[in-house]
Design a protein around this ligand. Sequence first.
Ligand code: HEM
Length: 157
Amino acid sequence: MSRKVSLMFLEASIVFFGVGCVWGTIMTFPSVHSFLESAPARIIVGMHSHWNLLGWVSLALIGVIYYLVPAIVGKELYSEKLARIHFWLFVLLIIITSTLGTVAGYQGGMLFSAKRFTEIEATMGPYMIMLNVLYIIEALVPVSLFAYNIRKTITRK
Ligand code: HEM
């Protein structure tokens, strides 16, 4: 049943929304906001955007699509198992990348505040490489699973 899968995505999106709003509220505190103005800490704002746009907006949209497409074409979802793999992969990657980026931004921002500029690149570099690899996986694997599952649902006999 695509309903169960849709509900997984929709429920998770609401959790991401709640956490994202608390995160955003914390960023409005004057001391936090001025910390975020330093170039290395700016990545934390990007992580907040990703958290909300991938976690809240995309998960909700995906949940709706997993429900609507089978309803429109009058067929069962091609594979609930693939959709579950898609869900866990996507959710874990959002959490891991957001955490890595935030830790990198925090450490870089602290070094910037302490005027230890020469150490920033060496500290943030490994995080940025990990982020790069994870973003490539995130952009390719869960998105392909989603597209494949929807396509097969539409074209199945
Ligand atoms: C109560 C909820 C929220 C609060 C209080 C909040 C607060 C903030 C703050 C303080 C910034 C940093 C602004 C800056 O320093 O330039 C920011 C950036 C951002 N937020 Fe939120 N946010 C919230 C929810 C959301 C949601 C739901 C989304 C998306 C669906 C979102 C998307 C973004 C984006 C894309 C940026 C980056 C803007 C930029 O790079 O200039 N936020 N938010």
